[in-house]
Design a binder for this molecule. Structure first.
Ligand SMILES: *[C@@H]1O[C@H](CO)[C@@H](O)[C@H](O)[C@H]1NC(C)=O
Ligand SMILES: *[C@@H]1O[C@H](CO)[C@@H](O)[C@H](O)[C@H]1NC(C)=O
Ligand SMILES: *[C@@H]1O[C@H](CO)[C@@H](O)[C@H](O)[C@H]1NC(C)=O
Ligand SMILES: *[C@@H]1O[C@H](CO)[C@@H](O)[C@H](O)[C@H]1NC(C)=O
Ligand SMILES: *[C@@H]1O[C@H](CO)[C@@H](O)[C@H](O)[C@H]1NC(C)=O
Ligand SMILES: *[C@@H]1O[C@H](CO)[C@@H](O)[C@H](O)[C@H]1NC(C)=O
Ligand SMILES: *[C@@H]1O[C@H](CO)[C@@H](O)[C@H](O)[C@H]1NC(C)=O
Length: 757
């Protein structure tokens, strides 16, 4: 409770701080200079750009003098002039210094000497305030006028002052003897002075050679007798006040022009009484700068109008008081205040209510307690189960292996919650592909990476160690044309694999989908072939332990957003010791891609991958499927179809029309011959994957690759994220996992990998 109170107090305190901060800072537009010297510059005034509402509200801050001076600019016939600003009020006036703005009319015994009468004739944008200024003239033989003679605005007013001798004059009194004052006509702008005298000051020359006339803020000038003889009086500075406004339209007109209407939220428009332009004002209960928007005043903080015990509620623009329960009254200081309600006589009812409330509260506490206990136990049970599954799934082995191989940073252990969140509880519409062995879901990790989560349907416990081995090996493959394994999750019933997400579908889709506008040029096909060859060659020879893929086919090759190949699906792969040349296993693989030698002997060698890759090249060359019922019976298999065409020298007949379009290029022939060698029935006569890769790379670079070659570096590639859908089709019908032509000999060579993946 105490904590809650403190929290509320802190929040109120913070709110109060923001309020005062904004009301002080909101005077200028955000990001604009708010002060110059001692002068605050509230918007619509500003120091240029969008800081001032219009050029009429432009203030130049001159930092040469110390302190700096705020200068208001106004146009004259040629260029502009400036006056020093002393104060700008949001109530619609600006106080300036009358530097040099004093008219004079001086005489000597020979008559008039000088007559300077130009006032602020050109300061025409704003009216001289008729309520805050006085026109003042001093002299003892003086008739002074102030006139404004712009077209349509002819005003004139003035006063006269005479005195016989200096003794008649009284300090401080400006009532016609040596000094006179008069009001300014309403709406006067751009004025000048005119003087006249009855006797050319001839009888007062000894103490008053000059007449002076000026506009001064009411009360800011105290007449002194000595001013009459001061010939430098016109060098004095007095404050005077101008009215400013927005535009030239009145409120009715301005509100129609919503685009330029200057009064922002919680403010109202007012017509100044000099009938020029308009002003804005915060409505009652709000404060701030109406030209930027007004904020609510927290009257509860400022006014404290509620009585002792009363609670104050601040509402936008208003507030109210009320009494807490158990008290009556209106809560106002000026009203009835708050007085405690007298206890009701029906104390029995209260007792009953308390009893009922108390017992139901007890029951509630009991229920919550039981629920909490149940939850805790359930969670503990869940955690135990998870730990058990983790251990069963080889988690400890995995951790040991990874830390000893220094690869813990490369492959990550994901928690089941993480993957559940990433795949939206394995939501149906996140399924990317569905196959005999399991499902692939698209997911998004908390850091925004898009991943493919592979979840198998069954798991064979006896192969868990091999499964872990495989994850460890895969996570250490770092080749730009091999799909990257990001990690796994071992605490679920079936282990889950997390791969980088590859957006452009499979190579099979790319070759065979007639509808889509894929870039199927020869150059791209050749590049894909070279990339796949490079990846397999790497697996065979460059990886720390040789790895046989064992299921190379076009639907196991994925394409990224730039149609770069990524070899995937290492479900049937094996890693072998360097000195091993073959593996004896169950025959696994896909019809149409399967090495006949392997099929016969069930001995898988690196040349078996070469054979399967040969089929992929022929697919790329012909655009035909590995097995097709649309071909005659004996030509169902793409290999026999291709080999017979090669023997009969009919290559041009079978290559894809896209390639044949430009005739039979040398590279096409060379690639076809390479495929022929890969498909040799005798594995010993097939080239190694390395030779194939070198040959393809040579052909590719010789012809020049038209596809953008700004391939990213490997490290870059693995952080790349893809967002499009991934057609991860893995058709179970193509596999025949249970075609068990089983191990014949060498029982010491055990397969290393879980066959269900
Ligand atoms: C502010 O004043 C400057 C100088 O006169 C002017 O160039 C600028 O356009 C004014 N800003 C606006 C928004 O009118
Ligand atoms: C005032 O001086 C002017 C010349 O400056 C002269 O023409 C005029 O007659 C004088 N008036 C009087 C009343 O002395
Ligand atoms: C205002 O005064 C000028 C000369 O000072 C004159 O030309 C003009 O006609 C006057 N306008 C009006 C409306 O009286
Ligand atoms: C009027 O005030 C000035 C200074 O403000 C002073 O020097 C002068 O003596 C005063 N004169 C009279 C008559 O009080
Ligand atoms: C004018 O005189 C009054 C009264 O003596 C004084 O309060 C006021 O400050 C004086 N004003 C100026 C501008 O000197
Ligand atoms: C505003 O100006 C228009 C036209 O100039 C005029 O018809 C209208 O009466 C004015 N409204 C006010 C409130 O002055
Ligand atoms: C008390 O004062 C507030 C604000 O000044 C006012 O709104 C309210 O009507 C007053 N209440 C009474 C009972 O006078």
């Amino acid at each position: 409770m105490a904590f809650l109170c403190m929290f509320i107090k802190l929040t109120l305190f913070a709110a109060a701080l923001t309020l005062t901060a904004t009301s002080a800072a909101s005077q200028a537009k955000p990001g604009c200079q708010s002060h110059c010297g001692g002068v605050t510059i509230p918007y619509p005034f500003g120091t240029g750009g969008s800081c001032n509402l219009s050029s009429r509200h432009f203030i130049r801050c001159d930092t040469t003098p110390n302190p700096a001076q705020a200068l208001l600019r106004y146009p004259v016939t040629m260029g502009y002039a400036e006056v020093q600003v002393l104060h700008i009020s949001l109530d619609g006036y600006v106080r300036i210094s009358s530097n040099g703005d004093i008219g004079s009319d001086c005489y000597s015994s020979s008559g008039r000497v000088s007559d300077s009468s130009i006032g602020l004739y050109w300061l025409y944008d704003f009216a001289i305030s008729h309520t805050r200024n006085k026109f003042t003239a001093i002299g003892c033989d003086t008739i002074a006028y102030i006139t404004s003679s712009r077209i349509g605005l002819n005003y004139s007013t003035g006063c006269l002052t005479f005195c016989g001798s200096v003794n008649d004059v009284i300090n401080g009194s400006c009532s016609g003897i040596g000094c006179c004052q008069t009001a300014i006509p309403r709406g006067m702008r751009g004025y000048q002075f005119n003087f006249d005298s009855r006797e050319n000051h001839s009888s007062v020359l000894n103490f008053n050679p000059c007449s002076y006339g000026f506009v001064v803020e009411d009360g800011a000038y105290n007449f002194s007798v000595s001013d009459l003889s001061d010939t430098n009086f016109n060098k004095r500075e007095f404050p005077l006040v101008f009215d400013w406004s927005i535009g030239t339209q009145n409120c009715t007109e301005a509100q129609r022009d919503t685009q330029n209407y200057a009064c922002k939220e919680n403010s109202a428009c007012i017509n100044p009484d000099n009938n020029a332009g308009y002003l804005c004002k915060c409505v009652d209960g709000f404060q701030g700068n109406p030209y930027l928007g007004c904020q609510d005043i927290n009257e509860c903080e400022t006014l404290k109008l509620c009585s002792v015990g009363g609670t104050c509620y601040n509402t936008p623009g208003s507030y109210s008081c009320s009494c807490p329960t158990g008290f009556e009254g209106d809560g106002w200081k000026n009203g009835t205040g708050c007085t405690q309600t007298k206890p009701r006589p029906e104390s029995f009812t209260i007792l009953l209510v308390t009893l009922v409330l108390g017992s139901s509260l007890g029951l509630l506490v009991l229920i919550v307690g039981v629920w909490w206990l149940y939850n805790t136990l359930q969670r503990r049970k869940n955690n135990k189960l998870k730990q058990k599954l983790f251990e069963r799934n080889g988690g400890l082995l995995f951790q040991k292996k990874m830390s000893s191989e220094g690869g813990l940073d490369k492959a990550k252990l994901f928690s089941s919650e993480q993957l559940e969140a990433a795949t939206d509880q394995y939501n149906e519409n996140r399924i990317l592909g569905r196959g005999g062995q399991g499902m692939v879901y698209k997911g998004m990790l908390p850091d925004g990476r898009i991943v493919a989560v592979k979840k198998s349907t069954t798991v064979n416990e006896s192969f868990l160690e091999q499964f872990i081995n495989e994850i460890v090996i895969l996570s250490q493959i770092d080749h730009r044309n091999v799909v990257k394994l990001l990690g796994c999750c071992l605490e679920t019933e079936v282990p889950l694999l997390v791969y980088e997400f590859i957006p452009n579908g499979t190579l099979s889709h790319f070759i065979h989908d007639q509808n889509e506008e894929y870039p199927r040029s020869w150059d791209i096909r050749l590049r894909i072939a070279a990339e796949v060859a490079s990846a397999i060659s790497y697996l065979h020879s460059s990886a720390s332990v040789p790895i046989y893929h064992r299921d190379i086919k076009s639907s196991n090759i994925l394409l990224d957003e730039k149609f770069r190949a990524k070899v995937s699906d290492f479900g049937t792969s094996r890693s072998v010791n360097i000195d091993q040349t073959h593996l004896t296993t169950q025959v696994l693989g896909t019809f149409g891609y399967l090495d006949p030698e392997y099929f016969r002997s069930s001995q898988f060698t690196e040349k078996s991958d070469v054979y399967s890759f040969g089929v992929v090249i022929v697919e790329l060359l012909t655009g035909q499927k590995a097995i097709s019922t649309s071909r005659p019976e004996e030509m169902r298999g793409l290999v026999s179809y291709f080999m017979s065409a090669m023997e009969e020298n009919r290559l041009l007949d079978i290559v894809d029309s896209e390639i044949a379009k430009y005739g039979l290029k040398d590279e096409v022939v060379a690639v076809a011959q390479l495929a022929q060698r890969c498909l040799n029935l005798d594995g010993r006569h097939r080239p190694t994957m390395k030779e194939v890769a070198i040959e393809l790379e040579r052909l590719r670079t010789r012809q020049g690759d038209v596809v953008p070659t700004n391939q990213p570096k490997q490290s870059e590639l693995f952080v790349r994220k893809a967002t499009e859908s991934w057609d991860f089709t893995s058709s179970s019908t193509e596999h025949y996992t249970n075609c068990s032509i089983t191990s014949t000999s060498e029982s010491d060579v055990r397969p290393l990998m879980l066959d269900t993946f």
